[in-house]
Design a protein around this ligand. Structure first.
Ligand code: TXA
Ligand code: MG
Length: 317
């Protein structure tokens, strides 16, 4: 696996999966309309759902968006790291129009993983990168998850081991006053508010205007094949149990504990890999114990609610 080779593929318009500290991304040249089209195609992603442009830091971001003081303060605290900022598109922004799905804003993020940074540096352009899974499925936190869902659709997969954060970045819209949390993620609301004061939060399962503003916030997303039952305090014999904390009900076919010690950071890092591991025969349904809604628990509960939502497509549940 070579960064130079990966960069060459991307500059040719190809797609390369790469690790970030949050989840694996499916990367392409964010300035190349055809490469961006190939990302949507590979994921089976609706084109109204825009992509994040990944950069090294504020200097590169400023060429893509109209930067401001709030962005400066947030980047100083959270970049590189799991915070995505939505800002007005800069006049001469090179980001492909398809990448922003016709919105007049661009989402930018500087990932913390050294392989992601090396790739962006070698390409010398922003990388458009959604999570490297088929649209609507659980995000990949290991290279082998990418092989399973998109293995035949990417030119190369850079293996950086398990993702440390394990949940996607927090998406924060800086075009509203106060800023609006569009997707809870690896940077907690509490930590953001400690830097810029109170923020607004978009509806958990949005419709109308907020659905248009963050099209990725569809109700059913991050979804395993099996039905998911939340806030379980008891389990049935055909269920797989996603547990949290030290007091775990017995009787499940298989129990995986997000964090026996009740640590939300550990739980976030384990969430997607354990959901995948429980989404296997002979398990009929996945039961999930309650997770406290503070800190990273906000993002964990968001993903679990979406995993449990019915998408109306006849997916078994
Ligand atoms: O942690 C992450 O953010 C990962 C890694 C690879 O960086 N990427 C990721 O990308 O999760 P994706 O495409 O799966 O999710 C991007 C989210 C979507 O909810 C999308 O709607 C939102 O960001 N988004 C992107 N551009 C936007 C924009 N201009 N305005 C509002 N929301 C935007
Ligand atoms: Mg995704």
């Amino acid at each position: 696996m070579s960064i130079a080779e990966a960069a060459r593929l991307i500059l040719e318009g190809g797609l390369v999966a790469f690790p970030t500290e949050t989840v694996y991304g499916l990367g392409g040249d964010a300035t190349n309309e055809r490469a961006v089209a190939a990302i949507f195609e590979a994921k089976g992603r609706p084109q109204f759902n825009p992509l994040i442009s990944h950069v090294l830091g504020p200097d590169e971001a400023k060429r893509l968006v109209r930067w401001n003081d709030t962005a400066d303060r947030l980047a100083a605290r959270f970049w590189p790291g799991p915070l995505t900022l939505v800002l007005p598109r800069a006049k001469e922004s090179p980001v492909a129009l398809l990448a922003t799905a016709g919105l007049d804003t661009v989402a930018v993020r500087a990932p913390a993983h050294p392989l992601a940074q090396a790739l962006i540096r070698a390409v010398g352009r922003p990388l458009a990168a959604p999570s490297a899974n088929r649209s609507g499925a659980v995000s990949p936190t290991r290279a082998e998850h990418v092989v399973q869902s998109l293995g035949d659709r990417v030119r190369m997969i850079l293996d950086g081991g398990p993702c440390q954060v394990g949940l996607e970045s927090t998406v924060l819209d800086l075009t509203t006053a106060p800023p609006t949390l569009l997707r809870p993620g690896g940077a907690t609301r509490e930590a953001i508010e400690a830097v810029i004061g109170p923020i607004a939060v978009s509806d958990a399962i949005p419709s109308g205007d907020s659905a248009r503003k963050s099209p990725g916030q569809l109700a059913s997303h991050y979804a395993p094949q099996r039905p998911v039952r939340l806030n379980a305090s008891t389990v049935a014999a055909d269920e797989g149990l996603l547990a949290f904390g030290p007091d775990v009900p017995s009787g499940a076919r298989l129990t995986l504990n997000l964090s026996p010690a009740g640590d939300l950071g550990e739980a976030a890092a384990n969430l997607f890999a354990m959901l995948r591991a429980l989404d296997q025969p002979p398990i009929g349904r996945i039961a999930v114990m309650p997770i406290p809604p503070t800190g990273l628990g906000l993002a964990i509960n968001d993903r679990l609610r979406r995993a449990a939502a019915d998408d109306g497509t006849g997916r078994q549940r």
